[in-house]
Design a protein around this ligand. Structure first.
Ligand code: ADP
Ligand code: MG
Length: 729
């Protein structure tokens, strides 16, 4: 075993950067080459078909069968020219990642056995029936109606990946219930569009549509592929379950400021080339704080498309890492003791008239609108803090949250001093002083926000939900997540809140209040109510935890417990009233969440038990044997001095025995607890048992093993050590 480790280290050191070649001189020459975008459409579709398809994309007008057939034919010709031989409906099951079932284009022209033709019809484009019975549905599909359908999402362009034309789709059950992330995301986008347009119309009657925007920042680790292969925990769980900390970790933060290592730089450049071919507007690639940790971020875009692009780049990254001799780790906490990986979701709303609703304006009217959206977002976050936390909680992300480097497990919102001051001013203004005309709005300081905000250095890295000048940055989202889970909740909560706001304002207007004044009064009331969610201080501090508790914010840390937020009364009301999910869908989704949680912990527990018993203990015994041998030989050669000379060895022998005993004992307890957990009669109880009884044993097994790693002869140790995994590239 140790031989494998040393071979891997040696090979890793020999690896050279594989320099990629640029696909063309200018990025614009090949940008979006593999995407069925407007350029491709205008080349492969008739003018009329283009127009109809655009209407579907922009306004949701249903496509007729004839138009769908024409789109399919054009798409097929385009894809075949790019080398595609197969097509697939590309969808986003609740297990995470994306799924696809590849079908070849070929069909018999006439009777079976006759001439073969490449065929792709509107029917195949629009709908398909993947063999879906193996995807989790939380009991929505009983076996006799196990069918699930995928249905084309024309708003996200098809693309060619390898030899396959990929068609982004939603995935729904026979009865139309969502089985994926995309369907509810689209519904949440509709909800927030509708609610936000109604509110925007107070300020500008021309606004017809509001878009949600997303700019993700994807963090990840790269580990040399050879070293990765020798770590069963990395291979099977995506994180290290064992490992004594390296003498050097991230104390110096030299990785963050350092130049990008050449093998990694080659990987990044290659990744950028590939991303551009798919029309993914990658903007930044850089080192992160932890060693071997990096980040990738695009220019933000419409949320549905941006989510798809993130999922696509995640799978491209995996392939690209292998091409460059690495493995990609998207796990939120692959290494203990150093920073984990997140996926900050920068989120904003903007109108079809080009106004960013979280961008401070230049006139009092624009700024009243700006403050309206800020305050309503705060209200939404305040009302649904536990649900928002549930949306980003997973077995893997829970390792990262609440640790000292990631957003804490308490949702709060950072606003910065300028916005805070403005809210305070509004709140304290006596009722009778709120006379709304341009001048008085100015006197509230609202007219000047744009100038004030120019210096946007007011940042708080400890906040899970931070206002950053023209958007909110939801920082608690995990690196392996589908951004939709967070966005579905955020969009829906904001939609519900804006709807309520409109009702409150309209009620005042009906009573004879002037419009601006009505808006002000409602905002003033809201600012008071949602105050507890606003926190600009240090989110990592112990004091904040206590303070948050006093404020009545949700402080629960157990992942499976937090999931209950999805089926609480106010959540069900929110999702159903906004037409995003039914109670049945919510319940089913939670079943899947609990099931996935239990499965992940069960796998980790098995891998850990196996590594402890089959990899670590035998090596510890071998080393102990060497020490025993030494003691025996000393007593033979130097009988008189042996006791004194072998004192340390004997102590080591005893220590090793006690570590081994501790490991064995805790592995047995863990196995017994696992068996008990498996027998629980609901997914919820099972997940709680895994969380409360099984997982706490990981640390108890790991600690003595890490001690063993510290004492056992380096020559014998079978697993690549932290210093090797983190510093070789
Ligand atoms: P930082 O690391 O300082 O947070 P980055 O430049 O790494 O900044 O990432 C910022 C992300 O936010 C980018 O993806 C960017 O496109 C996105 N972004 C910028 N403005 C908006 C906006 N109005 N709405 C949504 N996302 C935005
Ligand atoms: Mg950021």
């Amino acid at each position: 075993m140790a031989r494998l480790r040393f071979n891997a280290v040696e090979e890793a050191f020999k690896k050279q950067a594989i320099e990629p070649t640029a696909p063309a001189k200018f990025t614009s020459d090949y940008y979006g080459k593999y995407v069925f975008n407007e350029d491709a459409m205008s080349k492969y579709l008739s003018k009329d078909t283009c127009k109809n398809l655009k209407a579907t994309i922009e306004k949701g007008t249903p496509l007729t069968r004839a138009v769908a057939d024409e789109v399919a034919a054009g798409m097929k010709s385009w894809a075949i020219e790019l080398g595609a031989t197969h097509y697939t409906h590309w969808f986003q099951p609740l297990t995470g990642g994306t799924a696809e079932k590849h079908d070849s284009f070929i069909e018999y022209q006439g009777a079976p056995g006759g001439k073969i033709l490449e065929e792709f019809t509107g029917k195949l484009l629009v709908q398909a029936e993947p063999d879906a019975s193996s995807f989790p549905s939380g009991g929505i599909r009983s076996t006799f109606e196990a069918r699930g359908y995928t249905a084309w999402d024309p708003a996200s362009p098809a693309f060619v990946l390898g030899n396959t034309l990929c068609i982004p789709t939603i995935f729904i059950s026979y009865n139309g219930e969502s089985l994926d992330y995309k369907a509810p995301l689209l519904k949440s986008l509709n909800a927030v569009n509708k609610a936000a347009v109604a509110v925007c119309n107070y300020f500008d009657s021309k606004v017809k549509r509001v878009y949600a925007y997303l700019g993700w920042e994807q963090e990840y680790f790269l580990v040399d592929e050879g070293l990765y292969a020798v770590r069963p925990d990395l291979v099977l769980t995506g994180r290290t379950l064992l490992g004594h900390e390296s003498a050097k970790l991230q104390q110096l933060e030299d990785h963050y400021f350092g130049s990008i290592p050449s093998r990694v730089a080659a990987f990044m450049t290659d990744l950028e080339y590939e991303g551009y071919k798919y029309g993914i507007p990658l903007k930044t690639c850089h080192n992160e704080v932890a060693p071997n940790q990096f980040e990738l971020a695009p220019i933000y875009g419409e949320a549905n498309l941006s989510v798809d692009q993130n999922l696509l780049i995640m799978s491209i990254m995996k392939e690209m890492a292998r091409k460059h001799g690495f493995r990609l780790l998207l796990h939120e906490k692959p290494f203990a003791g150093i920073n984990g990986s997140g996926k900050h979701c920068n989120w904003s709303l903007g109108t079809d008239t080009g106004v960013g609703l979280f961008t401070p304006g230049k006139t009092p009217k624009e700024n009243l609108q700006f403050i309206t959206f800020i305050v309503n977002t705060l209200m939404a976050v305040y009302k649904h803090d536990r649900l928002l936390k549930a949306s980003i909680m997973t077995a893997t992300n829970s390792h990262r949250l609440g640790a000292h480097e990631a957003p804490p497990a308490i949702i709060s919102a950072f606003l910065g001093s300028q916005i805070s001051t403005i809210l305070e001013t509004i709140e304290k203004k006596p009722e009778q002083d709120i006379i709304m005309d341009a001048k008085h709005a100015l006197s509230l300081g609202i007219g000047h926000i744009a100038d004030l905000m120019q210096d946007n250095t007011d940042r708080n890295r400890t906040s899970p939900f931070a206002f950053t000048g023209n958007r909110f940055e939801f920082r608690a989202v995990g690196s392996s997540a589908n951004c939709s889970t967070a966005l579905i909740v955020l969009n829906t909560a904001v939609a519900e809140q804006l709807t309520e706001f409109k009702k409150d304002v309209d009620a005042l207007i009906k009573k004879g209040e002037n419009k601006e004044r009505a808006i002000f009064e409602v905002l003033k009331r809201y600012i008071k109510i949602c105050k507890p969610i606003h926190f600009d201080g240090n989110g990592y501090s112990k004091e904040w935890e206590e303070e948050a508790m006093r404020r009545g914010l949700d402080c629960e840390k157990s992942c499976p417990k937090i999931y209950d937020a999805y089926t609480r009364k106010d959540s069900v009301k929110m999702f159903t009233s906004m037409n995003v999910m039914t109670e049945k869908e919510l319940k089913a989704r939670n079943e899947v969440k609990w099931e996935m949680y239990s499965k992940k912990i069960a796998i980790e527990s098995r891998v850990l038990g196996n590594m402890a018993l089959n990899h670590i203990i035998p090596i510890a015994l071998r080393y102990q044997d060497m020490l025993l041998d030494n003691v025996v030989k000393l007593s033979q050669v130097l009988p008189k001095k042996a006791a004194a000379l072998s004192k340390e060895q004997v102590e080591q022998i005893e220590a090793i025995s006690s570590y081994i005993a501790e490991v064995k004992k805790n592995v047995s307890i863990m196995v017994a607890e696992r068996e008990k957990a498996e027998k629980m009669d609901s997914e919820e109880a099972k997940a709680n048992a895994y969380h409360d009884k099984v997982e706490p044993l990981f640390e108890k097994i790991r600690t003595p093993i890490d001690q063993l790693e510290f004492v056992v002869d380096n020559e014998l140790w079978p697993l690549p050590k932290y210093r090797e995994l983190l510093f070789i590239r």
